[in-house]
Write a protein that binds this ligand. Structure first.
Ligand SMILES: Nc1nc2c(ncn2[C@@H]2O[C@H](COP(=O)(O)OP(=O)(O)O)[C@@H](O)[C@H]2O)c(=O)[nH]1
Ligand SMILES: [Mg+2]
Length: 439
């Protein structure tokens, strides 16, 4: 997600981490590098300036200069300030009132409709007693109603829509009446967007707000839109007073710096992050976890959360032992990949792992996974344990046996070796992270 930014921080930090002494001068230099990294990542200019000033003041103040591990302290300072910049804590949804209304707004294509369904699924999971109604109030795009109905039926949540109605305010009103009459607890309202900010859209949203008195007005910002997202967020906030932001498309390769700036500019919390197209790909925004990801420390917080939901605990303890002893075999690889696959969108998981880059291009579609399984099952037990090296004639035999191309086998062997190597390095990374967190 933050590829280039993370790399810059990693370079800077590896230069600093062992430093026994730091002077005002090289603090100034480190601060300059932080500044360049953030600006390159598209973080808002004013946000960067303030951020960098805070770091500099504190570093020279005493946190860094007078400490016994100045390099480490500087890294910790950046880490802490980054967390503070993004709001420090998770901010849960505020669902108050008999029918709590969550109004979802933003520009077209930012991920509003998808986020409405994701929110419904999220509330369904975290507060299973709540009865949820989705309302299709985007009448700009005819397909938007269909899209929401489809998503709603996928997750078993009712959707209120009026195909013939042209006035979104009427639909909003009727949906609220239905929610009251049929004692729904939560009403999630999808609203219209435009390609650009415009007066008509803002007026419409102000009116919808008046009718519904939402307890949450969530602005949806796509991380892919750069600085525009910040300006748009500020404008929406001015007009309808948003209560928070949902960042979407964080699974893309966007320079997501702009997204980070939204909290500072609006002073409203970043509440959720969308990390994929599926309805399950939404999680509470956790500033600490985001700071970890930005600085390349891996997203341990979310990795553990997800793992708890999906992973067989005993099997992972067993696996961890094997990894430590470096007796990781092709069969273990298959097991491991099977578990990771179960955990959900693989790409989003990868980003949580420290040092994930090495795995970046492994394909995790069902088809590829089936191939992987067939290949490994076509190996002899000695091959699976790497007691017999898979040289070319063996690869050809395995390919034939499993009905795939030799290229597929080559790819698998390469993937396996990389994962094994990654795991070998893992304890190191863990120690590194612990060291930082313990400061
Ligand atoms: N990769 C990814 N795609 C997303 C995410 N959120 C939404 N999308 C996709 O982005 C496109 C636009 O989303 P949609 O909800 O229709 O946007 P809207 O116009 O604001 O309602 C759709 O194809 C979604 O599947 C996300 O977090 N990650
Ligand atoms: Mg939509």
């Amino acid at each position: 997600m933050f590829g280039a930014l993370t790399e810059k921080f990693q370079n800077l930090f590896s230069g600093l981490s062992g430093k026994k002494t730091m002077s005002e001068e090289n603090i100034g230099d480190a601060v300059r590098q932080v500044r360049i990294a953030l600006l390159d990542a598209d973080v808002n200019y004013n946000v960067v300036s303030q951020f960098v000033n805070r770091i500099k003041e504190k570093a020279i103040g005493d946190a860094v200069l007078k400490s016994v591990t100045p390099g480490q302290q500087f890294i910790k300072l950046v880490h802490d300030e980054l967390i503070a910049l993004m709001g420090s804590n998770e901010t849960p949804l505020d669902l108050k009132g008999n029918v709590s209304v969550v109004m979802v707004c933003g520009l077209q294509g930012s991920g509003k409709t998808t986020s409405c369904a994701k929110l419904a699924a999220y509330i369904g999971k975290t507060e299973p007693n709540k009865k949820i109604l989705l309302a299709a109030c985007d009448l700009q795009r005819p397909a938007a109603i269909e899209q929401l109905k489809k998503l709603g039926s996928d997750i078993g949540v009712a959707v209120f829509s009026q195909e013939e109605e042209k006035d979104p305010l009427k639909v909003a009103k009727q949906s609220f009446e239905k929610a009251q009459k049929e004692s729904y607890d939560v009403l999630i309202v999808d609203t219209a967007g435009r390609l650009h900010l415009d007066e008509e859209l803002m007026k419409e949203l102000e009116e919808v707000k008046k009718i519904l008195s939402p307890s949450e007005i969530l602005f949806v910002a796509s991380a892919a839109t750069g600085q525009d997202a910040v300006r748009t967020a500020a404008e929406f906030d001015k007009r309808v007073q948003i209560t928070g932001t949902i960042l979407t498309m964080l699974d893309g390769s966007a320079r997501a710096g702009a997204a980070i700036s939204i909290r500072e500019v609006t002073q409203k919390p970043l509440k959720f992050e969308g990390i994929g197209e599926k309805v399950g790909d939404l999680q509470l925004f956790n500033p600490r976890s985001m700071a970890d990801r930005i600085l390349g420390m891996g997203d341990v917080i979310n990795l553990v959360k997800r793992a708890k939901e999906h992973i067989d605990e005993e099997a992972s303890v067993e696996l961890e032992k094997k990894i430590r002893k470096a007796t990781f075999t092709y069969e273990d690889y298959l097991k491991q990949m099977g578990m990771v696959k179960k955990m959900g969108s693989f790409k989003s998981i990868l980003k949580m792992m420290p040092g994930f880059g090495a795995l970046g291009d492994i394909d995790f579609s069902d088809k590829e996974f089936g191939k992987m399984e067939a290949i490994i099952l076509s190996m002899t037990p000695r091959e699976r344990q790497e007691k017999d090296e898979l040289e070319f004639s063996r690869r050809r035999r395995v390919a034939k046996g499993s009905g795939v191309d030799v290229d597929d086998v080559n790819r698998l062997v390469k993937g396996f070796k990389r994962v094994k190597q990654l795991f070998k390095n893992m304890p190191d990374l863990k120690a590194k992270m612990k060291g930082l967190k313990g400061l």
